[in-house]
Every structure is written in structure tokens, then in C-alpha cells.
Design a protein around this ligand. Structure first.
Ligand code: BDR
Ligand code: CA
Length: 311
């Protein structure tokens, strides 16, 4: 039976892939809603991008709720150096035909979790965790009702936005601390995992060769994204961070992970947003996350292409 999920995102090229993979996987995922947050670009941009992507996929039935326009305490900072001015540069997307749904994303998350039977809703977060943190604070009773929270964020070792921190956790470290400490079952998808899932010229060509209008737009978007990685000195190709979180929900057998205690540094300075991941054996009694460490990369791309071909 398909799992009911809410995708919280800041599209974002890799967020776009996460969303499209979820839409293309109805056997495994019932997408209840998309909630947006400021992250890769300001909130108005990420919300518009989510609406455009749903329009591109012809899924006008999925509601998009706009969420938090800024982090809890730190100053807003975006990743337009990687994703371009719009947050989704590289291709012309159709004008959005999906309106923004009424109400705030945080309230929409709380409502969906409280209205549905306990243990049936999963949250999949692939941007800064501001919306999820506020939902936990607004209605703590959602926590024991959640099936799972899947978070793309953090790093065991080297970060990407600073040596110490990964972007989503750095962009709102206080939100990351609230969510990682909330007590719900959490699967963490850190940089070490997503850096195993890179674009290559052959993978881009295979996507384009699907030949559908959507695949062509996506190939143009990802060519831009890949170019930004390479221009910034990362010749291994762009990492497809966010679709890894959705792929975990679709095909968990592609991944392996280890249970660990994960804590977040919220203090300003060199280590802001750092995730301290205690992978020392044995797994501690107070482990708060399953940290994904290995992925079948070829299996991931086979899944992604097969699913995108359906759209
Ligand atoms: C994360 O940061 C964003 O730029 C990506 O969309 C991804 O969610 C990777 O650090
Ligand atoms: Ca993202």
C-alpha cells in the first residue's frame, strides 16, 4: 500500500527531481501535499517553482502550501550560486496553473497528521527544516502520530556550505535541532550518501533520450545545475541530494544505514549547523536516527529513469 507523505521542499533542481520521483511513484507514495520553505531561493521563488513543476507534470490536484519565509533565528541565506536567480534556472517552465492553497504550510502539516490515523503520514523534508520545526512546536501531538520523518540534511564529515555544515542544516540550525530532537522515527540522508549519486554526461544523455517533453526540460535544468557544480570546481558532477530521500521511501532496499545519535550545533561561528553523528559502535541506546550511508547508485538511476519516463 502506498505511504501518505508530505514533501517539504525549496525547489531547487534536486528538489524538482524529488518531487517528480514522488509523483511518478503512485504504487509507493500518495503525495498529500507539497509544502514550501525559503532555502535555495526566497519563499516566493520556491513556491512558484513547486507550482510550475506540478503544472509541468500535469498534477494540478496536488495542493501547494507556502510555509516559512525565513529561518527561526539566523539571517536568511540562499543558494542561488548553485540553483540560479530563480532557484530553478536552466529551462523555461510553464506558467503555474496550480494556485497556492489557502493557509500556512505549518498548519497544513499539523492538520494532515492530526486528521489521519496515527502512523500513516510520513514527512519528507528536503530543504531547511523551519516548517517541520514549527509544526512540532505548534502541535507536539503530531510527533507520536508520524510514521517517519525523512530528512535530507547534514554531513558526517565535510559540509558543503561551510567545511563544517551542510546547507539545509546551516540555513536553519535551530529548526534542525528541534526536528532531530523531536523523538519521531527519523531517517537521515547526509551528504556522504548523496555524494554517491552524481550526474554524469551519460546519465544526462539517458535522461534526455527518454524523449518526453518533461525529460527534455529536466535535462536542460540538470545541465545548468551540473554546470554550476563543475564551475565551482567539483568535477565529479552535480550531486542529486533530494531525490535520495524520496527513493528511500520508494525502494528502501537500495540503501543501507546505521542507527546513530545525531546532534546539531546551533551556536554561531565555524561549526554553525554542523551535525555531530555518533557512528561509533555499538549503536547507542539513545540513537535518534537511521543514518543512510550506502546506496546502490546504478539501482537508484535505473529507478529514477524508469519513473521519470512515466511522466
Ligand atoms: C541541499 O541543499 C540544497 O541546495 C539542495 O536542494 C539540497 O536539499 C544539499 O546540501
Ligand atoms: Ca533542497
Amino acid at each position: 500500500m502506498a505511504r501518505s507523505i508530505i514533501l517539504d521542499c525549496d525547489p531547487g533542481h534536486d528538489d524538482a527531481l524529488a518531487l517528480l520521483l514522488a509523483l511518478a511513484s503512485p504504487e509507493e507514495i500518495e503525495l498529500l501535499a507539497v509544502t514550501t520553505v525559503a532555502g535555495n531561493a526566497p519563499l516566493a521563488r520556491t513556491s512558484e517553482n513547486a507550482r510550475k513543476l506540478l503544472t509541468l507534470a500535469g498534477r494540478l490536484d496536488v495542493p501547494v502550501y507556502a510555509g516559512c519565509a525565513r529561518p527561526i533565528l539566523v539571517e536568511p541565506a540562499h543558494a542561488q550560486a548553485v540553483h540560479g536567480e530563480t532557484g530553478l534556472d536552466g529551462a523555461e517552465l510553464p506558467p503555474p496553473r496550480v494556485p497556492l492553497a489557502d493557509g500556512h504550510a505549518v498548519q497544513a502539516i499539523v492538520r494532515a497528521v492530526m486528521e489521519r490515523p496515527p502512523g500513516t503520514v510520513s514527512l519528507c523534508a528536503v530543504g531547511p527544516l523551519t516548517n517541520l520545526a514549527l509544526a512540532v512546536l505548534l502541535e507536539p501531538a503530531i510527533v507520536p502520530r508520524l510514521a517517519e520523518i525523512v530528512v535530507m540534511g547534514g554531513a558526517i564529515g565535510l559540509g558543503n556550505v561551510t567545511p563544517a555544515a551542510e546547507f539545509n542544516f546551516w540555513a536553519d540550525p535551530h529548526a534542525a535541532a528541534v526536528v532531530m530532537g523531536c523523538g519521531a522515527p527519523i531517517t537521515l540522508v547526509p551528504l556522504e550518501l548523496t555524494h554517491k549519486v552524481r550526474l554524469t554526461p551519460a546519465r544526462l544523455a539517458a535522461l534526455r533520450a527518454l524523449g518526453t517533453p518533461l525529460a527534455r526540460v529536466l535535462a536542460d535544468l540538470l545541465t545548468f545545475y551540473d554546470g554550476r557544480y563543475r564551475a565551482r570546481g567539483d568535477q565529479d558532477g552535480a550531486a542529486l541530494h533530494d531525490p535520495c530521500a524520496v527513493a528511500w521511501l520508494v525502494r528502501p532496499e537500495l540503501f543501507t544505514g546505521r542507527r546513530a545519535r545525531v546532534a546539531i550545533v546551533t551556536e554561531p561561528g565555524l561549526c554553525r549547523g554542523r551535525s555531530v553523528v555518533d557512528l561509533r559502535p555499538p549503536a547507542p541506546e539513545d540513537a535518534n536516527a537511521l543514518v543512510l550511508t550506502e546506496v546502490d547508485t546504478e539501482g537508484f538511476f535505473a529507478l529514477l529513469l524508469a519513473r521519470l519516463a512515466r511522466l
